[in-house]
Design a binder for this molecule. Sequence first.
Ligand code: PLP
Length: 347
Amino acid sequence: PGQLTDAEFARRTPVEIKARLFANENPFGPSDKAKQAIIDSLANSYQYPFMHLTDLEDKITSYEGLGKDMILLSAGSSPLLMATAIYCCKDGGNVVTGDPTYDDLPKSAEKIGAQWVKVPLTAEYKLDLDAMEKAVNANTKLVYVCNPNNPTATAVDAEKLRAFCERVSKKVTVFVDEAYIDYLPDPQASTMVGCVKNGQNVIVARTFSKLYGFAGLRVGYVMAQPDMLEKISRYTKDQYAISAPALYAAIASYQDKPFLADALKKTLASKDFLYKTLKEEGYEYIPSVTNFAMFPLKMDGKRFVDEMMKRGVALRNWMVNGKDWCRISIGRMDEMEIFATAFKELS
Ligand code: PLP
């Protein structure tokens, strides 16, 4: 409640940011292959990149083992979250989500008149799938499952989520947002793409914005049944908003395993340093499976974020169960060191 969006937060930023740790970006990307593809693409960028949309779609669907018509691309996944909210909630109803979770989709649904049903997380700050299932009623139009969850950086058990999708999707569309799945040790074992493959009423969203390092380039997609994608596509034309350089870069770097493994390794090293810093200062944290982490604060959240910002460190604060928390994105080691120095001054 009252949470600023990343864009609003960025606009308010009055000082030079030395450690950019507020938007869960990957400072180790984009990859060299992606950057080279952008340079190579410039000469032909007077052309609309129609054909290359299909090339990227084919690359992704063949990797995932899906039919060619089971993907919809977009300039980042955000426009697809919004289009899904509009399609599912245009006649009202409600959206069931965890709380706290990534609020973009349910907020869009609220704006067009739907109700947002918030289901508290478990004691381990994970999505409470049983309670979410119970919260589904005759008015529910969509269940939004953010796994791993933003802002808590926790993931639910894949088998449990698979069983949940199978049961719940018989009643209502289940939207699984896998923006951070690439940070898990075995994304293919954790994804719900299998539910889409089995013909279930499940939509899986992915983005290049996180481990691929494309937040500023803008490429994302959803995978679902072709008839569902056709309905969602009525509410967005955003696949044509993907620029040729972004598209070529995505094609060049999709499943570039050495790059992904290296970015993950650097993220884990920075995360270990963060954990060490927090422990030294007597702070707890929620163990994170992603490129961000949450820890409870010992002072007012807004004051903490303002004080850190004065020191050039951009972070986000959250209220969870009436308590102040900080969400910190995992940056480069030099950024984490800047964070640690400022944090030690304050704590
Ligand atoms: N889903 C989740 C869980 C996110 O955290 C974000 C961005 O932070 C997005 C979706 C949207 O990302 P994008 O539009 O860059 O693909």
